[in-house]
Write a new protein. Structure first.
Ligand code: IPE
Ligand code: IPE
Ligand code: MG
Length: 238
């Protein structure tokens, strides 16, 4: 197990490969999404064992609306079911849940469930689970800049004082540390608009495993490999 000094405190995961996992079994894509949701439970539960305090997962991107209506509505109903079904255990297990992304575009029933899960877990501190839902890194920066422009116009923000910290304070992730490690499953080596600002100095792991096959042992291996990396942040090794 990594110690708290060298292990990643914040791991972010691009959970990819559900569709291909289902296709190889001759099943519809939604079958893969349901299998993927089960893995989410397992990985959230494994966080304390591997020393991960913050887990951020990419559940639905601002680009995923391009999928068929069947898949999109199936995913939305899966999110509602996940929140309703997991609420009790998440509260009991000390998980604090937050959502990032453009919330108003989602349906009212889902927004209500998201708000209630955030409220119900707001006192928890064991694991901080952030679910990126209708999230896009560029969209997040654009919304932040819009809010900054509003504040500047209203005299609440002095443009001359704006720096990196100011912008970070307008992002959805403002209360979270930057991810130390970003994992993408399914063999694709791209970011797909995930945490663009926040992952400037993150380590990346691109692994072939499809998300529904991502067990807590695979997770533990990724965390262990992170422990031997040498992060320099632009400096030189001491
Ligand atoms: C990731 O799996 C889950 C979401 C994007 C919602 P995919 O659905 O992208 O699975 P593949 O990449 O098509 O296999
Ligand atoms: C990224 O996966 C988004 C999520 C995991 C929610 P995609 O499957 O949507 O990304 P692309 O299309 O391969 O870039
Ligand atoms: Mg995919």
């Amino acid at each position: 197990m990594p110690d708290s000094q060298t292990g990643p405190k914040h791991v972010a995961i691009i959970m990819d490969g559900n569709g291909r996992w289902a296709q190889t079994r001759g099943k519809p894509r939604l079958f893969g999404h349901h299998a993927g949701a089960k893995r989410v439970k397992e990985i959230v539960r494994a966080c304390p064992d591997v020393g991960v305090k913050y887990l951020t997962i990419f559940a639905f991107s601002t680009e995923n609306w391009k999928r068929t209506q069947t898949e999109v509505s199936g995913l939305m109903s899966l999110f509602r079911r996940y929140i309703t079904g997991e609420m009790k255990d998440l509260i009991a297990e000390g998980v604090r849940v937050r959502f990032i992304g453009d919330r108003p575009r989602l349906d009212a029933k889902l927004i209500k469930l998201m708000d209630s899960l955030e409220d119900a877990t707001s006192e928890n501190d064991k694991v901080h689970l952030t679910i990126a839902l209708n999230y896009g890194g560029r969209d997040e920066v654009a919304r932040a800049v819009k809010e900054m422009a509003r504040d500047a116009a209203a005299g609440r923000l002095d443009a001359e004082t704006v720096d990196e910290t100011t912008l970070a304070g307008y992002l959805d992730t403002r209360v979270l540390p930057d991810p130390d490690l970003v994992i993408r499953t399914s063999g694709e080596a791209r970011i797909s608009n995930f945490l663009l600002w926040q992952s400037a100095y993150s380590e990346y792991e691109f692994i072939d495993t499809l998300w529904p096959d991502f067990t807590k042992d695979v997770f533990a291996d990724c965390v262990a490999r992170y422990g031997v990396r040498d992060r320099r942040f632009g400096g030189v090794k001491a």
